[in-house]
Design a binder for this molecule. Structure first.
Ligand SMILES: NC(=O)c1ccc[n+]([C@@H]2O[C@H](COP(=O)([O-])OP(=O)(O)OC[C@H]3O[C@@H](n4cnc5c(N)ncnc54)[C@H](O)[C@@H]3O)[C@@H](O)[C@H]2O)c1
Length: 312
């Protein structure tokens, strides 16, 4: 199957392209950037078809999607940049998606997977896991609003046209991300400081807890979703909440570092968020396979393989 990956050179897109190719599919790499700081992207660009396109442009999107049989839509601006670039965030996340849906409809693409996010659940501080059947609160950020609207657009295109889509609500995705990537997650930032011999920073008391899911598990969920006929929204997470403090302690332990974290003011709202994983298990047969300690070890291995050895 020829699968167009929109935002193919990013953190999640690269892993999905790698796994689709390994499963015998033909990944079609679509991205606005001609290259990426991610080492995996360089490998993919040598092996697979790449079409440079700007998904905010309808014609560019239509040309790029020609011949695709399925689509994974990952291109978006996220929580890390929305404050500085609100218009671009709204424009790419909404118009980019509409252009992809429209091009997919015209191409008679049968299957689409949309990268949604746990942000649609808002700031939760409850021990119970979040389930897809929970009411979606009013969005508190532009990013959250675009993901909620994106899910509705995917559902509407499914209801009105023969474009069957599913929205995957990724929890906190972590894994190796080069320093030059635009939108980097907490684990990557903590690891970089520790590897540089600098104490990791914890903003606030570090009790905010999230469902950290390794990017390789996320890529597997996307591949399962592409092969399924699931619709609606599905959580992609481990079901386990880990506090920032615990995460930092794990990074220190797994790197063998004796550094102590440094506490700074801030940290945001009290949060405890973890996924109810039952619906994804039932619809996709998906359960995560990588626990946090193993995922952090993988991240460290990839980081150390990619980073230039320091001069002795
Ligand atoms: N990383 C996470 O923790 C996380 C959590 C929840 C949801 N998500 C969602 O998963 C998706 C993938 O996230 P990611 O971390 O891989 O993001 P990323 O920033 O690493 O990758 C996005 C890619 O989209 C490309 N892109 C940007 N503008 C474009 C345009 N106009 N046309 C074509 N391509 C364009 C970028 O060049 C980049 O390669 C996003 O939709 C994100 O909102 C991510």
């Amino acid at each position: 199957m020829k699968v167009a990956i929109c935002g193919a050179l990013g953190f999640v897109g690269t892993r999905v392209a790698r796994d689709l190719a390994a499963a015998g599919h033909e990944p079609l790499l679509l991205d606005v950037a001609p290259r990426s700081p991610h080492p995996l992207a360089e490998v993919l660009l040598r092996r697979h078809e790449f079409r440079r396109c700007d998904l905010t442009d309808p014609m560019s999107t239509r040309i790029a999607l020609a011949g695709a049989e399925a689509v994974f839509h990952a291109a978006a601006l996220g929580a890390k940049v929305e404050r500085e670039r609100p218009w671009e965030t709204a424009h790419l996340n909404l118009m980019g998606l509409v252009n992809v849906l429209e091009a997919a409809r015209r191409e008679r693409v049968a299957r689409l997977v949309f990268a949604s996010s746990a942000v649609v659940y808002g700031d939760r501080d409850a021990t119970a896991p979040v389930a897809e059947t929970d009411p979606r609160p009013a969005a508190g950020t532009i990013y959250a609003a675009t993901k909620a609207a994106g899910e509705d657009l995917v559902a509407a295109y499914g209801a009105q046209f023969a474009l069957h889509g599913v929205s995957l609500r990724f929890m906190n995705v972590y894994g190796y991300q080069p320093a030059a990537m635009l939108q980097r997650e907490l684990t990557a930032r903590v690891l970089e400081r520790v590897e540089a011999g600098e104490p990791p920073l914890i903003f606030g008391d570090g009790t905010a807890s999230f469902d950290f899911v390794h990017v390789d598990d996320v890529a597997r969920a996307v591949c399962l979703a592409l092969a399924s006929d699931a619709t609606g929204a599905l959580n992609v997470g481990t079901g386990v909440a880990t506090s920032v403090r615990e995460l930092v302690a794990l990074v220190l332990r797994e790197t063998g570092s004796a550094l102590q974290p440094e506490h700074r003011p801030g940290g945001g709202a009290a949060t405890t968020l973890r996924a109810d994983t039952a619906a994804a298990a039932a619809a996709l047969g998906f359960r995560t396979a990588i626990d946090l300690a193993e995922g952090i070890r993988r991240t460290i291995t990839e980081y150390r393989a990619a980073v230039e050895p320091r001069a002795a």
